[in-house]
Design a protein around this ligand. Sequence first.
Ligand SMILES: *[C@@H]1O[C@H](CO)[C@@H](O)[C@H](O)[C@H]1NC(C)=O
Ligand SMILES: *[C@@H]1O[C@H](CO)[C@@H](O)[C@H](O)[C@H]1NC(C)=O
Ligand SMILES: *[C@@H]1O[C@H](CO)[C@@H](O)[C@H](O)[C@H]1NC(C)=O
Ligand SMILES: *[C@@H]1O[C@H](CO)[C@@H](O)[C@H](O)[C@H]1NC(C)=O
Length: 412
Amino acid sequence: GQDISLSCGASEPAVDQDKKKWEPDTKFLKTPNTVHAPATYQDPSLLSTVPYMTSRIFTAPATYEIPVKGDKRHMLRLHFYPSTYTGLNILDSYFSVAANDLTLLSNFSAAITCQALTQAYLVREYSLAPSEKDVLSIIFTPSDKHPKAFAFINGIEVIPMPELFDTASLVGFSDQTSDTKTANLQTMFRLNVGGQDIPGSQDSGGLTRTWYNDAPYIFSAGLGVTLQASNNFRIDYQKMPVSTAPADVYKTARSQGPNGDINMKSNLTWMFQVDTNFTYIMRLHFCEFQLAKINQKVFNIFINNRTAQGDTNPADILGWTGGKGIPTYKDYAIYVDANTGGGGEEISLQMTPSTFGQPEYYDSQLNGLEIFKIDTMKNLAGPNPKPSPMQANEDVKKDFQGDKRLENLYFQ
Ligand SMILES: *[C@@H]1O[C@H](CO)[C@@H](O)[C@H](O)[C@H]1NC(C)=O
Ligand SMILES: *[C@@H]1O[C@H](CO)[C@@H](O)[C@H](O)[C@H]1NC(C)=O
Ligand SMILES: *[C@@H]1O[C@H](CO)[C@@H](O)[C@H](O)[C@H]1NC(C)=O
Ligand SMILES: *[C@@H]1O[C@H](CO)[C@@H](O)[C@H](O)[C@H]1NC(C)=O
């Protein structure tokens, strides 16, 4: 299995800002007579014109077939740039996307989603369990509930990946685990906690994942303090696959700070918006690069107010890894429904020092965080986000120019 990066609607291979090569999609498209169209406006926030300034547009169901190894897990990325494509009003675009028999998106509006997130383009990333099939079908279907609905796609990436999932402990139920080896997952968040954004070109294992700074998700009054290992500090992965996360994730961290008395009275808190009625895997990445002994920094971890590590079983990174510079991660599973507390559409992660065993320092620490949604009965799709009324007004003004005829489109 090789990496496949398709620039949909492109006629020539091209290279993006990260020097990644993208090829035209025609070879893999099994549906004849689809339309390809250039975007007529280049948003200044686009990092690269490839694959965003070309698109494939579907007014009827259409399928890509991509050769894969059936015994491998694959990463699938879908790139959407809901721009103005000649003759089409992007607000008419509602569609579903499936990967084999797994629904990824349904009644999806890339325009509404981007507006709600205030970003120009959108990348949806999935990790698909081995399918035992040697072809991955990606199926685009325009909604039959909206007149003039069409589907579109700008870029598709399929990347074979090692099996990085196993089991996760179910938060709030001691000794219960959730099997993640057979799960199909959607990446919700991937954060380099206390560090800078890491672009795909600097990811480990060639998986080209982007890791973002965590500061926008901090909910507590204090941001804590960021910690950084020296440039030449070596991360010793031991038996852990290097593709788990790049060394830069483990060489930065966020902790509560030097004042143990203040730390004891508060939690370092992050908050994340998610879809209800799904189970999520929280993967917390840890690495100690300052201290050297167990029972120096020991802390409790709460997910949606439930204890993930605490009481007589708090987190002690060096206790888990056995040494400075050795990384590890912990997977926790949590089910989010509308009834369990709060708004029901959020996941909170909190950390505060533990007094168990009277550790040397009262502090807590996190190096990286990934949140994955797990499929329920072959579905990963959630509803479109709701834009604020003010946003909705602006957008109607901005996009009402669409709706011409299809005459300027180019046919395959
Ligand atoms: C979640 O499930 C509950 C109970 O089955 C249902 O009433 C509710 O509509 C679902 N919410 C969403 C957003 O699908
Ligand atoms: C930290 O958060 C947990 C879970 O919400 C809560 O039970 C605990 O009281 C908090 N601790 C402090 C010191 O605020
Ligand atoms: C957690 O506790 C806080 C404070 O009591 C509350 O506002 C919030 O709704 C709770 N969240 C959940 C998911 O139970
Ligand atoms: C599709 O999404 C739109 C926008 O979020 C929503 O108003 C509409 O009710 C949805 N339709 C269906 C059939 O779910």
